[in-house]
Design a protein around this ligand. Sequence first.
Ligand code: F6P
Length: 392
Amino acid sequence: MGKQKKRIGVLTGGGDCPGLNAVIRAVTKTANNECGMEVVGFFDGYDGLVQNRYENLDDEDVSGILTRGGTILGSSNRADPFNYPVLQGEEYVYIDRSNQCVRNFDALGLSALIAIGGDGTMAASGGLMDMGIPIVGVPKTIDNDLEGTDVTFGFDTALQTATDAIDRIHTTAQSHHRVMIIEVMGRYAGWLALGSGMAGGGDIILIPEFPYDISAVCDHIKLRNSRGKKFSIIVVGEGAKPVGGEMTVSRTVENSPDAIRLGGVSNRIAAQIEGLIEVECRVTILGHLLRGGSPTARDRMLATGFGVEAVRMVNRGETGRMVALRGNHMTSVPISEVAGKTRIVTPDHEWVQAVNSIGLSLGTPDGVDLKEYLETARHENESRAKRAAKQD
Ligand code: F6P
């Protein structure tokens, strides 16, 4: 009898993004072709591992999916195995199903799991690793807010989608001499707003890290008007908030590890501006549009590279780590250094410096020290992570 092939599992957790299928394809093909391994794909993130819902994946199953958005495996941002929601009557109760994950993993004869996800997925992976499941993480999210890697896959596509939208809004802003406010996702980090604001030629960029002062925003619009520019483009991260104020919550999702869903701050900003100066504002909230579509060439390449490296790491026995990109090099970091952390925009980041140099406004008053804001933002993120960990 021949030697039994090694089997590995793969799952996609958290909010989806373009490039997930490209990773699944690269994982399956590398495992099959290069490493002689079999692949099992769990459905709906950690939900599939808890409930033992999976399918075997081979080359044929992943053929033609490179360019497709979403994930053929499905995803869930509610399936934390340590705090797993179960409906009892009309109410959810939360139970620890991590032992079930270990049992299912063992029963399938798996030797490792590749978990493609963001901070929530990495946090759950950390816990399961402590229980003996060897895991390699792959960093995904349009928010680009994962520690340990310069970039996550999915970000570039969302950045391009947001930039295309801003380009389109630019022309109508100009025709009607309006202030157009475009709100992008990104949660507690401003990467998407900052990047698309720069690439789309925004005039004012408001991000969660640097609370805005509405007078400073209005002053910049007036300054542009005085220079003959009768329209302005404001790009806002959904987590933006006024100095001394709070983020705008659009809903809470009861059984999600981070229950808060942000959204709608741009409506508030529009009302504030129209209340202070004589301009007409319009709001566009891009929302989930940013999570869909075919991945850009850059994301397809990054996702493929991450998937290949993840399998090679399993093959080399380098588990407990997340694949990462530093500069142009593929590397890896311990998952424990990533889990529960948020990578935010810092005042010394080259994008912030560039925005300042070309005279865009970040909505902060003249002379303000952005570093002071940063400490507060870091502190808030740490407290949020601690609260989330306590809920587990
Ligand atoms: O993390 C990705 C993300 O799209 C965030 O930018 C956004 O805040 C959140 O997920 C939205 O979550 P949901 O899909 O549950 O509405």
